[in-house]
Design a protein around this ligand. Structure first.
Ligand code: ZN
Length: 494
């Protein structure tokens, strides 16, 4: 008897998890997709490379065999995303004060132009501090000037003003001839690597200054000092009280060569057609791209494979599509894999510019990025909490999945750093939901570790428990929001 009881208990213990696992999306299936997408063969999935072709074809094939229909504007799987690439070739710079050339020993400068050969003399050099005035507005009156701006801002500056891109965009709009970041010396090598990588724009989207670039703090100090000013005093001015920048009494002469080329990249898009058209649609998205060859020249491993960021998200999108395509739903469900997220959310911006169906018809957009972080049992965080009326509904679906909810809005720190933001800016209810943004300690470990480097690879230790659980959650969210009976939205225009 006893033995039978033990055996029975064992059998039940072994059977139950197996059955549960069988119903949900399997870690091993997610792992298989990541193994392909993050393999060296895919070369780090940089836009415009052979790695792109392999990646977008893999996604289209997987979605096709899952039963999705192609849904691009051309009727195939691929929506073109034209990108412009600006690669610095050489820069020669001379600075003068009262017509005398300034001599100092710094070479830490990198500049990139918006034309192939840029030459200009006598450009007044302007120190803008953080680029921010005391009231939070951005420094102005920089037309025709070469602006030096501190890349980093003090801790207490509001998040909406922290972005160097925003600060420089305002100065470019004001007519700055050059926007040059001053980087802390510790970060100089990384800055150099970033700028050498070529900067990328969505064609026709973002204005550039005639020249942009960076210098090290030492360079800036050398320049200011040899121009007869005190760096510390200057810094104090530019770091607090009302300050609109200061002309240094120095002019710059610039000769900058830049290689400019167009990259024809693509978003991948498919759909599960709904039974009741005209009721809006659910949109799942995630970025397929990563940095390609990113390690230093001469290093043995130079490929940034992007296993977690974001092969994991694409793997989950493939599995979620496969699960949802097994049944009919009321609303259309779209799946979008975007390009060039890593370079500035460009695929998502292009989608927002030319969507597959009107943006006002998006019932919910759910972005999936960097999902292989937390183990099973993580709480569910919402990036975008409080920005849509959907939090309570999402939480209800998550609780039904036996998930606990992260009640804080800490995850919103990432809201502008993910593809959903390009949609949020257009008024689309876009959220990123899941466990990897709930456990900040684990997430920070990743961000200060393998993130955006050659070590973001698939290993035996890669945690996929949370990803599988989040995949199940997305299937549940897809079913819920695609049902006109379960989720009634206000008619568009209301
Ligand atoms: Zn990334």
């Amino acid at each position: 008897m006893q033995r039978i009881a033990v055996l029975l208990a064992l059998t039940i213990a072994l059977l139950i998890p197996a059955q549960l696992e069988a119903r949900g999306i399997k870690e091993s299936d997610i792992r298989e997709h990541i193994a392909v997408l993050a393999s060296d063969d895919f070369e780090g999935r940089a836009p415009g490379t052979a790695g792109e072709d392999k990646t977008i074809n893999y996604i289209a094939e997987e979605w096709g065999s899952a039963g999705l229909s192609p849904a691009s504007r051309n009727g195939d799987w691929f929506d073109p995303v034209p990108l412009m690439s600006y690669k610095p070739i050489s820069d020669e710079v001379r600075f003068k004060r009262n017509r005398r050339s300034l001599r100092f020993n710094q070479k830490d400068i990198i500049l990139v132009g918006n034309s192939t050969d840029y030459t200009k003399k006598a450009v007044p050099v302007h120190f803008a501090g953080t680029g921010l005035k005391a009231d939070g507005s951005i420094v102005t009156d920089v037309a025709g000037k070469a602006v030096l701006m501190l890349l980093d801002v003090p801790e207490d500056v509001k998040s909406e003003f922290r972005s160097p891109r925003k600060r420089s965009a305002a100065m470019i709009a004001d007519g700055a001839e050059a926007v040059i970041y001053i980087t802390s010396s510790d970060d100089w090598k990384a800055t150099l690597r970033r700028f050498r990588r070529a900067s990328i724009n969505l064609k026709g989207q973002r204005a550039r200054a005639p020249i942009q670039g960076a210098i090290s703090t030492e360079f800036a100090v050398g320049l200011v000092t040899s121009g007869g000013r005190d760096w510390d005093k200057l810094l104090a001015k530019g770091d607090g009280s009302d300050f609109n920048g200061i002309d240094l009494g120095i002019t710059g002469e610039f000769n900058v060569s830049t290689e400019i080329s167009q990259i024809d990249s693509a978003n991948v898009i498919g759909k599960i057609p709904g039974r009741k058209p005209g009721n809006g649609a659910v949109l799942f998205l995630g970025h397929w791209d990563h940095f390609g060859y990113c390690g230093d020249e001469g290093d043995e491993d130079r490929i940034c494979n992007g296993a977690v960021d974001n092969a994991s998200g694409i793997a989950v999108l493939i599995e979620v599509a496969e699960k949802l395509a097994r049944k009919k739903h009321d609303r259309d469900i779209y799946f979008l894999a975007t390009t060039a997220e890593e370079r500035g959310l460009f695929g998502a911006y292009e989608y927002a510019r030319n969507p597959a169906f009107p943006l006002k018809d998006v019932v919910i957009a759910l972005n999936i990025d960097t999902i292989a972080i937390a183990p099973r049992g993580a709480k569910v965080a919402i990036v975008g909490r409080g920005t849509t009326p959907l939090d309570k509904v999402v939480e209800k679906v998550a609780r039904k999945q036996k998930r606990k909810i992260e009640e804080t809005d800490d995850a919103n720190a990432f809201i502008e750093r993910q593809d959903g933001w390009a949609l949020t800016e257009q008024g689309v209810p876009a959220l990123m939901v899941g466990g990897s943004f709930a456990d900040m300690e684990l997430l920070q470990n990743f961000l200060s570790g393998p993130y955006h480097g050659v070590d973001d690879e698939l290993t035996d230790e890669t945690e996929l428990g949370g990803a599988a659980e989040d995949a199940d959650l997305h299937v549940a969210l897809g079913k819920y929001f695609a049902s006109t009976r379960k989720y009634k939205r206000a008619a568009s225009g209301d």
